[in-house]
Design a protein around this ligand. Structure first.
Ligand SMILES: [Fe+2]
Length: 471
């Protein structure tokens, strides 16, 4: 639905008048799920169009959920830059509700739906990223075509694998501009940063996977304050929502654009270490840019947290040790780009390896493909799992790179593997204290590649998964 021609106040009033009191509160819960945060603490979240939060039943005891953000349309921010002439999308009002879950809870119900609960030692992990349907600038994905936007199918296949935990490496929200009149493939799609776009892009297609396991969510650049940050804070960030960090007020973006890293224990002296790279820049930072200090601070906190477990798997959106490829349209020449100049600048000034010594693996997204890179130097294995829904990159990565070609200063590539133009998800199954069996699945859950991880080294069966036409 597209609301751009209606005045905001009139539209909100119409929606409220049309919906109020029509359905029981439980039936107006749009989504219910569990997010893990600091030290693995689990929080139940519910998003509802009702005026009050639903009740939550924990081990048979019922209590109302707390309001995280009250019933309201997400207020449009002043538009600047390239978005200045974009029609303002006014969105349906929703309320975000939450309840911290006590450790050891055995049964949790919200609006009659059982929520998935964390296990002490998660051994089966799904990794997805870059899941939304791109509507921006000159790139319009056919969101109405499940072949062109297969995230719902990817999510259902990943749920059928029965994970203990799901990791989303960021970029949830992609429906920024209205679908052009001459593009029937996305006709009628909601757009902008309100609930309707969030629901169509993420919460509706992710339903099966949100039911399957608790989630760990990394923040992508699509969720910085200037883009989907308001929805990020209302619905997904595991931390408390404070007015100054909500991204509603651009004057406070210096607060809302950054969050502190945290760990999620995996048991057996292993942990996830999640950090927020949403507002970095591949161009790097000019002297005096506030982001130098912000990401230096992030690094110092990562370093302190990394010592909590021997085997640390870092999770963020931007790959530090991965490659992307671009093709020169005139000559057809392919060039590789690597790392992230902003994070390399800020982290690298403190630690040339970019991450602390006991970080063995980095899970990221941002590049719309699946990729693995392992190093003969002491750098962590990089996995890029950005192939779950957003239109894929189609410029191939090589089977190997020329000596000296590196995504990060001092990193020496030993082996790499990739899959372009194929939608799916990655799974990790723990097979030892520092060992993981990794499988790359297509959208139907079929195996396309396998890898083994031992500490910071990894190796995959195929250096390049063949491209195929999927039907
Ligand atoms: Fe991204």
């Amino acid at each position: 639905m597209s609301f751009q021609r209606f005045p905001l106040a009139a539209l909100s009033a119409a929606i409220l008048a049309g919906c109020a009191g029509m359905q029981p509160a439980g039936e107006r819960v749009e989504s219910a799920f569990v997010i893990l945060g600091d030290d693995g603490m689990a929080t139940a979240r519910a998003i509802t169009t009702a005026a009050s939060c639903p009740a939550i039943q924990i081990d048979g005891k019922s209590a109302p959920m707390a309001v995280r953000s009250p019933l309201s349309p997400i207020p449009p921010r002043p538009q600047a830059g390239e978005a200045k002439d974009r029609p303002v999308a006014v969105s349906s009002p929703v309320q975000s509700c939450e309840t911290p879950l006590p450790a050891g809870a055995r049964s949790v119900l919200v609006a009659g739906r059982a929520l998935p609960l964390p296990v002490p030692e998660p051994k089966r992990i799904v990794v997805i990223g870059d899941t939304g349907c791109r509507l921006k600038g000159k790139e319009f994905q056919d969101c109405n075509d499940p072949e062109a936007f297969p995230f719902a199918r990817v999510a259902a296949s990943a749920a059928a694998w029965k994970p203990d935990l799901v990791i989303h490496v960021g970029d949830f929200h992609y429906r920024e501009d209205p679908c052009p009149a001459d593009r029937p493939g996305c006709a009628g799609s909601p757009f902008g940063y309100g609930w309707d776009a969030w629901k169509a892009d993420f919460f509706a297609p992710a339903t099966t996977l949100l039911k399957a396991a608790p989630w760990v969510v990394a923040r992508g650049n699509h969720e910085n304050c200037a883009r989907g940050g308001q929805g990020w804070w209302r619905f997904l960030d595991p931390r408390p929502l404070r007015p100054e960090s909500s991204c509603d007020d651009p004057a406070r973006d210096e607060t809302g654009d950054y969050t502190d890293p945290y760990t999620v224990p995996l048991g057996g002296d292993a942990q996830l270490l999640v950090f927020d790279s949403a507002n970095t820049s591949y161009r790097g930072f000019k002297p005096g840019d506030v982001r130098i200090e912000k990401y230096s601070d992030t690094y110092r906190k990562i370093e302190a947290l990394s010592s909590k477990a021997r085997h640390t798997i870092a999770v963020d959106h931007h790959p530090l040790y991965g490659f992307g490829a671009t093709e020169d349209k005139k000559t057809g020449a392919i060039s590789l780009f690597g790392g992230d100049a902003g994070l390399i600048q800020a982290f690298g000034a403190i630690q040339p390896r970019l991450l602390p010594a006991n970080v063995d693996v980095l899970l990221s997204g941002h590049v719309h493909l699946w990729e693995q890179v392992s190093f003969s130097s002491d750098h962590p294995t990089q996995f890029v799992s950005g192939f779950a829904g957003t239109a894929e990159d189609i410029v191939p990565l090589p089977v190997r790179v020329a000596p000296g070609t590196t995504p990060a200063p001092g990193a020496i590539v030993e082996s790499m593997s990739s899959w372009i133009d194929g939608f799916g998800f990655m799974t990790m199954e723990r097979t030892g204290p520092q060992r993981w069996s990794v499988v790359i699945h297509d959208r139907d859950g079929k195996e396309r590649n396998t890898c083994s991880v031992e500490g910071r080294r990894s190796h995959c069966a195929l250096p390049q998964v063949p491209r195929m036409v999927q039907h």
